[in-house]
Design a protein around this ligand. Structure first.
Ligand SMILES: Cc1cc2nc3c(=O)[nH]c(=O)nc-3n(C[C@H](O)[C@H](O)[C@H](O)COP(=O)(O)OP(=O)(O)OC[C@H]3O[C@@H](n4cnc5c(N)ncnc54)[C@H](O)[C@@H]3O)c2cc1C
Length: 464
C-alpha cells in the first residue's frame, strides 16, 4: 500500500506526487492531516488557524475532494499529530509514504521522525519554480541579497529554465481505505459570519482566477503601475492564497505568463510579475538553507543585538491595541480590520503594518509574524517570516532602520481615503488632513482612539 500525504500541494495539475504513486502501481490512499497544534493557543493568545484562513483551507479541501471523487478516489482528512497518526496506520498496515519535501524546519522534523519509525518515504518538489539540482550552487553559497540571486538567474537562463508543468494523469490505481479515523476539527470561529473571503480556495477557483486575471481582464497589463495600491479587485494578481496552499503550481503560473507574453509581448508589467515570483523563490530556498535561524529573534544576524528594554505594561498595552485593531493610527487599524475579516491585505499595507509594529510599537517582530500567520489566507512560512525578518533588520540585507514613513505612505497610497473609509466607516466624514493630524497627534479626532504611538517622528522611506 502507498499513502500520498498532501500538505501545501492541494491540486492535481503539475503534481509529481501522483506520478510517483502511479509508477508504484500499488493501492493508494490520499490523505491531508490538519496538525492538532494549529489550534493550540500560545502565550500571546494566538492560534495558527484563524477564521478566514480556516475557511480558505476548508474550501480548498472540499474542492480537492470533489475532484478526486471524479477519479473515484477519496480524500481522507485527519486531525492530530502527523507522526503519531502515520505511526498508528503503519502498525496496522505497512505502507510507503509519498509526500512533498520539507519546506520549513517543522516539516523536516516530522519527516525525520517518520523515517526513524522505519517508514519508507519518497519525496517530491511541488512548491518552487526551480529544482534542488538547479539550486545546488546557491545552497552552498547563499546570496545575501535578492539582487545577487536575481542577477545570477538572469545571467544563466539555460541553467535556470523553469521546467514545464507536468500534465495531470488518469490515476488508474485502486483506492484503499485507511485503518484509522481521526476527523478534522475546525476552529470555533469558523462559523463567524463576519468573515468575507473574496474568493474560495481550491484548484478550480485558482485556475478560474488565473484565467480571469491574465486572459479575460488582462490585468497584468497594468501590474507594475498598480501593484502598490491598497484596495481593488485586480491591482495585483492576488494569486498568493492559491500558491500558498498549492492549489496552483508556481511553474504553471510562470508558463501561463510566458504564454501571455508570447501572445501579447513581454513588457515591464509581465517582467515585474515574474520578478515577484522570484522573490517568493528566494525566500523559499533561503528558508531551506537557513532553517531554524529565521525564527530566532536575531534572525540571520551574527552580531549581538542588544534589545531595547520596554516595560512589560507598555508591551501589553501596545500588543492589546494591535490585536484589537485599535492602535489609533487609522491606516494601520484599517489594515488590521481588513486582515482579520478577509485574511488578505495588500503588500504595501503589510509593509507599513509590520514597520509600525516593529519600529513604533517596538514589539518582538516574531509576535507580528505569528499574528499574520494566524490570519493570512496566503500564509506561506518562508515568505511571511522572510519578509518580517527583512523589515525587522534581521533578515537578508540586514539594515537596522528599515522604517516606513506612514504619513507619507498614506498621502501617496490612500490620498482619497478609499481604503481607510471602507474598513473604518466611522471615519467617512474625515479628510486626509484630519487623519494626518490625528496620526501625528497634532489634532485628535474626538471619537477615534488616540494613537498609542504617534507617527510624527518617522522620516525615512525605504525603497522596496
Ligand atoms: C510583513 C509581510 C508578510 C508577508 N507574508 C506573506 C505570506 O505569508 N505569504 C505570501 O505569499 N506573501 C507574503 N508577503 C509578500 C506579499 O505581501 C504577498 O505575496 C502579496 O501581497 C500577495 O498578493 P499578490 O498575490 O496579489 O501579489 P503580486 O504582487 O501579484 O505578486 C505575485 C506573487 O509574487 C509573490 N510575491 C510578491 N511579493 C512578494 C514578497 N515580498 N515576498 C515573497 N513573495 C512575493 C507572491 O507569491 C505573489 O502571489 C508578505 C509581505 C510582508 C511585507
Amino acid at each position: 500500500m502507498q499513502i500520498l500525504w498532501l500538505r501545501n500541494d492541494l491540486r492535481l495539475h503539475d503534481h509529481p506526487g501522483f506520478y510517483l504513486a502511479r509508477a508504484k502501481n500499488e493501492p493508494l490512499s490520499i490523505i491531508y492531516i490538519m496538525p492538532k497544534e494549529w489550534l493550540d493557543i500560545d502565550a500571546q493568545g494566538m492560534t495558527r488557524l484563524g477564521a478566514a484562513k480556516a475557511r480558505f483551507l476548508r474550501s480548498s479541501l472540499i474542492d480537492l475532494h470533489r475532484t478526486l471523487d471524479e477519479h473515484t478516489f477519496d480524500l481522507t482528512i485527519l486531525f492530530g499529530d502527523p507522526v503519531e497518526l502515520l505511526q498508528k496506520i503503519y502498525l496496522e498496515q505497512a505502507f510507503t509514504l509519498i509526500t512533498a519535501s520539507a519546506q520549513a524546519p517543522e516539516e523536516a522534523g516530522w519527516l525525520a521522525r517518520i523515517a526513524e519509525l522505519g517508514i519508507q518515504i519518497e519525496c517530491y518538489e511541488p512548491y518552487t519554480l526551480f529544482s534542488p539540482a538547479q539550486m545546488t550552487d546557491f545552497l552552498s553559497h547563499w546570496p545575501t541579497t535578492f539582487s545577487q540571486f536575481r542577477r545570477t538567474i538572469e545571467k544563466h537562463p539555460q541553467q535556470f529554465k523553469v521546467a514545464e508543468d507536468i500534465k495531470a494523469l488518469p490515476l488508474k490505481l485502486r483506492d484503499t481505505v485507511l485503518p484509522i479515523w481521526a476527523p478534522a476539527q475546525w476552529p470555533e470561529e469558523h462559523s463567524d459570519t463576519g468573515i468575507q473571503l473574496k474568493r474560495n480556495g481550491g484548484e478550480r477557483s485558482g485556475k478560474q482566477h488565473l484565467k480571469d486575471y491574465l486572459w479575460e481582464n488582462k490585468s497584468i497589463q497594468h501590474y507594475k503601475a498598480t501593484r502598490n495600491a491598497l484596495i481593488g479587485d485586480y491591482f495585483s494578481s492576488q494569486l498568493s492564497p492559491y500558491l500558498a496552499w498549492g492549489c496552483l503550481s508556481p511553474r504553471h503560473i510562470w508558463h501561463q505568463i510566458l504564454q501571455y507574453e508570447a501572445a501579447y509581448q513581454a513588457d515591464e508589467h509581465s517582467q515585474w510579475l515574474k520578478l515577484e515570483l522570484l522573490w517568493r523563490e528566494y525566500f523559499h530556498w533561503s528558508m531551506r538553507h537557513h532553517g531554524d535561524r529565521l525564527f530566532q529573534k536575531n534572525g540571520l544576524r551574527t552580531d549581538t543585538v542588544t534589545p531595547k528594554k520596554i516595560p512589560e505594561h507598555i508591551v501589553q498595552k501596545h500588543w492589546q491595541a494591535w490585536c484589537a485593531a485599535s492602535t489609533g493610527i487609522p491606516m494601520i487599524d484599517a489594515g488590521l480590520v481588513e486582515l482579520r475579516t478577509t485574511g488578505f491585505v495588500s503588500n504595501r499595507l503589510r509593509q507599513n503594518m509590520a514597520s509600525y509594529f516593529i519600529h513604533q510599537l517596538q514589539l518582538d517582530w516574531r509576535w507580528g509574524a505569528r499574528w499574520f500567520e494566524q490570519h493570512l489566507i496566503d500564509f506561506d512560512v518562508a515568505s511571511n517570516w522572510g519578509n518580517w525578518a527583512y523589515l525587522a533588520g534581521v533578515g537578508h540585507d540586514a539594515r537596522p532602520q528599515r522604517q516606513f514613513n506612514i504619513n507619507k505612505q498614506l498621502q501617496e497610497y490612500d490620498p482619497e481615503l478609499q481604503h481607510i473609509q471602507h474598513w473604518l466607516p466611522e471615519l467617512s466624514q474625515q479628510s486626509l488632513d484630519d487623519i494626518l493630524n490625528h496620526q501625528t497627534k497634532t489634532k485628535l479626532i474626538p471619537y477615534y482612539p488616540s494613537p498609542v504611538v504617534a507617527t510624527r517622528s518617522i522620516s525615512i522611506t525605504p525603497q522596496t
